[in-house]
Ligand binder design. Structure first.
Ligand SMILES: Nc1ncnc2c1ncn2[C@@H]1O[C@H](COP(=O)(O)OP(=O)(O)O)[C@@H](O)[C@H]1O
Ligand SMILES: [Mg+2]
Length: 420
């Protein structure tokens, strides 16, 4: 008799979940992304005990119809792509229709939703991939998803969960990552009823930075808005005075997706070169907008790495963007400090000229260096310099280590890469 068997649906989904859903923060990430995709303007994330006991996400997005609700928990169920031609979208946006199926396989999920053209809402309860209850309910337009008993049937994963406050730290990071790049969406996170982070959806990044990083940081950031060929770099850069001795405050997005990428870190180092002492890293929140076809977002949804087809251009675009942000804005702050109007005019013209020259000089320097080393070598050199540090940045346990070092004897509050 043959020995090959086909795995059943639940087993397949549990295996997929193992890759996609590593910890409560992964659930939060997937669900926030779905709420954003549904056009939500308000997203509320309520968790209990670091998400281990309960995660609830409420949005005011377009909602989902009863029939679709049930299908949504099946593997490869997505409303975001239709045909094989859209495969490009799977690659670039990561719509694989896998998140809900994965989450539903390893927990108890209650999904309640109503669309605008429906009088009533509908609720389904899924446990270990099966619908265990469904009914018509009264609810506002939008979707609410509650996840309980996470990892109840995957004991190994459950065992690897860290303490509540550590898991909360990971969730906080995910929420902040999303809050910073979705300034026009009000996002709120509470743990056991206590507000952890909250943004107002005003669309003003500076405002969000204020709320998350505090007054001192918000007062020392400068706007970045730079076009390079078909790429666009937007966000904020911190003045040298708020540089830190780690990279936690260098936050990058590619097409609004949070990423960790060495090319981008290398560009930042090059841009800040000469402005910061060795071992200090400038504050950055940048989004690189480029043709999705020019970036390979790893199909693995839990991974944050990307690959650029035009690495050299990305490197330049980001470096110039930061340089320009720092230079142009220092010009603006200089203008502020001038008293006499006449002097001002002369000075401003001079400053503008100086800034322009400085900018040109930098471009020249880069060009000469490129000629000398070749851009690829230059990039390799810089990224080699950053490697050691980046290793730290990638180490998840570092957050916990830092936490333990800092709070061991104090009360058990959370730890987040943004707060350490
Ligand atoms: N908050 C939500 N609001 C409206 N529809 C949702 C929401 N969450 C999930 N859905 C629907 O469920 C489908 C499956 O979600 P998911 O498993 O995350 O796959 P994907 O996001 O890749 O499409 C989505 O395509 C969407 O149609
Ligand atoms: Mg999704």
């Amino acid at each position: 008799m043959g020995k090959i068997v086909l795995l059943d649906e639940l087993t397949i989904n549990k295996i997929a979940a193992g890759e996609v859903i590593e910890r409560p923060a992964s659930v939060v990430k997937e669900l926030i992304e779905n709420s954003i995709d549904a056009g939500a303007k308000n997203i509320s994330i309520e968790i209990e005990n670091g998400g281990i006991a309960k995660i609830r996400i409420i949005d005011d997005g377009k909602g989902i119809e009863p029939d679709d609700m049930k299908i949504a928990f099946e593997r490869h169920a997505t409303s975001k792509i239709r045909v094989a031609d859209d495969l490009e979208a799977v690659r670039t946006m990561g719509f694989r229709g896998e998140a809900l199926a994965s989450i539903g396989a390893i927990s108890k999920v209650t999904m309640t939703s109503r669309t605008e053209d429906s009088e009533t809402g509908y609720e389904v309860v899924i446990e270990a991939g099966n619908i265990i209850a469904e009914d018509v309910v009264a609810c506002p337009v939008g979707t609410s998803i509650t996840v309980e008993k996470l990892f109840f049937n995957t004991p190994v994963r459950y065992k690897f969960l860290k303490k509540d406050y550590t898991e909360l730290g990971y969730i906080e990071d995910v929420v902040i990552d999303q809050s910073l790049i979705n300034a026009d969406i009000a996002i709120k996170l509470t743990n056991n009823g206590k507000v952890i982070t909250k943004t107002n959806g005003s669309g003003d990044l500076k405002n969000i930075v204020y709320g998350i990083f505090g007054k001192d940081i918000a007062g020392a950031i400068l706007e970045v808005n730079y076009k390079f060929e078909d790429m666009e770099v937007t966000g904020v850069v911190g003045k040298p005075e708020i540089a830190r001795s780690n990279r936690r405050n260098q936050i990058f997005y590619v097409n609004k997706r949070f990423v960790k990428d060495k090319t981008l870190l290398a560009s930042a180092d090059q841009a800040f070169k000469g402005m910061l002492p060795i071992g200090k890293f400038g504050f950055l929140i940048l989004n690189l907008n480029l043709n999705p076809k020019k970036v390979d977002v790893n199909v693995h949804p839990a991974k944050l790495e990307v690959r650029f087809t035009e690495e050299g251009n990305v490197y330049k675009a980001v470096m110039y963007a930061i340089k320009e942000g720092l230079l142009n804005n220092s010009l603006v702050s200089n203008i502020d400090s001038f008293e006499a109007a006449e002097v001002e005019e002369v000075e401003v013209t001079n400053k503008a000229k100086e800034a322009k020259e400085a900018n040109e000089e930098i471009h020249e320097q880069i060009k000469t260096k490129e000629k000398k080393f070749g851009l690829v070598d230059l990039f390799k050199k810089v990224s080699k310099d950053t490697e050691k540090d980046y290793g730290d940045y990638k180490d998840d346990n570092l957050i916990e280590q830092l936490y333990n070092a800092k709070y061991k004897t104090e009360d058990k509050s959370r730890s987040s890469k943004y707060r350490s």
